[in-house]
Design a protein around this ligand. Sequence first.
Ligand SMILES: [Zn+2]
Length: 324
Amino acid sequence: MGPEHLESPERITIIEKALKEASFKSKFIEARRATDEEILTVHSQGYLDTMYRSTGIARIKMTEDTSTNMFTLDAALTSAGGGIQMVENSKHNHGFSLLRPPGHHATQNAAMGFCFFNNIAIAANAIRDKYKKILILDIDQHFGNGTADIFKDDPDVLYMSLHADPQISYPGTGFASNVGIKEGLGKTVNISLPWKLKDSDYLVALDEIAIPISEQFNPDIILLSLGVDGLEDDPYGHLSLTTDVYYEIGRRIGDFNKRNTNNKVPTFFEGGYKYDLLGEATVKFFEGLLNPDGEERIKAELTPKFSYQLRKIKSIQRKHWIGI
Ligand SMILES: [Zn+2]
């Protein structure tokens, strides 16, 4: 995207350093490249050909906000391959695919939003034989339009996203009224959140919509798109979350996972551009995920800022899920 761009390699080094200094132990493994066959479970041959043609060329503008350089194909294949490696080993340890480019905006035929291959979708398809029902939970503060689009008619993959209101936030889609199509009707859950939403309301969205629906869906495994761009003052974000809420989000997901699946939670790195808090927020997320029985640090509490939108989302979801 260019040397000055915020979606930079520094994001990885900051988080890697923070994970190495964290109270829990991490083991780092080199990622492998995805094969063409694995990429083609999600993307079209034409689009893959376009990506291959980009090698050796200094810069190709794929869309308004996303361009390749000489190394993008290799990085994108490795980012997708590392995700597959992780899900294939999800039985015993929580995994984190700390790789870039991110993936959740990439559609079958197009790069966008700094994403080239949809890493989480490719990984989900790699384990379809092993797991029938897959929950993809996306807590990046942007709607993962690519992932949603890829699984929009799939009854066995529930795509659930908590993101800032599409009227104010990229990519401008992901309204609560979009609930999937055909066989996948009801299997897209968009929880769009008001501008500058704070921690306690965010936890209400998790407790009153995301977790009850996830329980009813009863997944065999959860794959997580983790973005920490919901932090207050993230340059691309529109929410006002603190790093502490990432502990609570992790703890709640860990608790749900412990009660509902026999696997750990493979986690994919998406957005997050507030460099001074990136590492802290990510570490706190994993502290929570690893500590599902831990003490609650922030209480869910509904404020008037979110009450109208919460009612609206519930009235939409009630048509597909009981007791929402
Ligand atoms: Zn994002």
